[in-house]
Design a protein around this ligand. Structure first.
Ligand code: AMP
Length: 421
């Protein structure tokens, strides 16, 4: 009796051929842009010690409280599948003392992240992010550059329906005054807050602003905005960010409600939202985290970064500009065992020389093979059977205009390389 087939894990997904071409197109477009602006790729592990995420993202966040895939490795270390990339990049920056030679570093990384959220459209438990970070620049230019990069990437991908939402989350100097003002409101709203928020209310009141529970969201409608409590330095920083964005013609909205779901952010926070995604409208988010490198045991070095939701971006790009699969340049239709063995030699030589090649490995009629070549979108088909081998000529058929020419089998590979290279 056959076994029941095994399905993938809930909230996880396959990215299949047909979609991967689009993912590669997005990836290449992003990498080109990052390299235009001097970012270098960094690859960090998929797992880290749990402490790294708990300390950086924050104990009272949804991610750390409920969403991390954490396990004990053979009864010893507590490990977690990374829910985001920034913490690992900081860890790496500190561990390799990258600041010693030149504290200013620009990185990008692309890869999967894991959060045990409730799966729904646009929200997965394994999802992908395209991530960029700038270390060592306190000036607001870094903030502007990252928002500009996002805008430019979306433009290059022909995604137009996006808005940059920006806010300032202040710094350790201005936050206490804001928290005080917020606590008054939270005390009054206590009867309607969820149990998590009741706990957060005293330990980390700003997290309540980020709660997804509808009752909490409603209670926070009239919450004060930190932007009204900024210290002089944070206010000046934010003014330069918004002025420079305006000078560069980057459209944005100041969004006083924007808080972001991670504790490490300071000053500028931003999100790119789009109307194209329904409920999950954020396609990218980021912000400054000037205290994080220091709090993870490194020197006090300012930094800022963003993460793009790759899955969501792919969904938008797929709807607007589908990417074509690269068809084979040449399909070899061989008939009979001897011709097939020859054809296989030619095909491997041509493929090795960089020519897009396909062939049928089994015994199939010419008609079936022509159909197959057509389905794959091959530009030309080389037909070779026993009679062609005997006559010393194969037939090359142009699939677009249906013309055919004979080409001598002697020296055929060189001839085809010349034709297709
Ligand atoms: P964050 O790291 O939470 O700031 O998220 C940055 C971006 O990643 C978001 O704007 C989303 O586009 C994307 N994202 C976050 N969580 C998920 C998820 N569970 N599934 C798909 N995309 C996600």
């Amino acid at each position: 009796m056959s076994q029941p087939s095994i399905q993938l894990i809930r909230g996880f997904k396959d990215i299949l051929p047909g979609e991967t071409e689009l993912w590669q197109h997005i990836e290449r477009t992003a990498i080109d842009l990052f390299e235009d602006f001097g970012y270098r790729e960094i690859r960090i592990p998929i797992m880290e010690k749990t402490n790294l995420f708990a300390r950086s993202i924050g104990e009272d966040t949804d991610i750390v409280e409920k969403e991390m895939y954490t396990f004990t490795d053979r009864g010893k270390d507590l490990l977690t599948l990374r829910p985001e990339a920034t913490a690992s990049i900081c860890r790496s920056y500190i561990q390799h003392k990258m600041y010693a030679q030149d504290p200013v570093r620009k990185f990008y990384t692309i890869g999967p992240m894991f959060r045990r959220e409730r799966p729904q459209k646009g929200r997965y438990r394994q999802f992908y992010q395209i991530d960029a970070e700038i270390f060592g620049v306190a000036a607001p230019f870094a903030d502007v550059e990252l928002i500009l990069l996002l805008r430019t990437l979306f433009e290059r991908l022909e995604v137009t329906d996006t808005t940059a939402h920006v806010n300032s989350l202040g710094c350790p100097v201005c936050r206490p005054r804001f928290k005080e003002a917020l606590t008054g409101l939270l005390d009054a709203a206590a009867p309607v807050l969820c149990s998590d928020c009741l706990r957060r209310k005293d330990r980390n009141p700003m997290r309540v602003l980020d709660c997804k529970v509808p009752g909490c969201r409603e209670a926070m409608q009239g919450a004060p905005s930190i932007i009204d409590y900024l210290c002089d330095d944070c206010r000046a920083h934010f003014a330069t960010v918004t002025d420079t964005l305006a000078q560069l013609g980057v459209p944005f909205e100041v969004d006083k409600q924007l808080v972001r779901g991670l504790d490490y952010y300071t000053r500028t926070a931003f999100e790119i939202q789009t109307g194209a995604l329904g409920a999950q409208s954020a396609v990218a988010g980021g912000g400054r985290y000037d205290g994080l490198v220091g709090s993870l045991g490194g020197p006090e070095i300012p930094a800022i970064g963003f993460a793009i939701g790759f899955d969501r971006l792919a969904e938008i790009v797929a709807a607007t500009s589908p990417v074509a699969v690269r068809p084979p340049q040449l399909f070899i239709a061989a008939l009979g065992e001897t011709a097939r063995a020859k054809a296989f030699q030619w095909a491997t030589t041509l493929g090795t020389a960089g020519i897009g090649i396909a062939m049928e490995y089994g015994e199939k009629s010419l008609k079936a093979q022509m159909k197959q070549a057509n389905r794959q979108g091959a530009g030309q088909v080389l037909i070779v059977g026993e009679s062609e081998l005997q006559a010393g000529n194969a037939v090359l058929r142009n699939m677009a205009d249906k013309t055919q020419v004979e080409i001598p089998i002697e020296g055929i590979v060189e001839k085809l390389i010349q034709t297709f290279a």
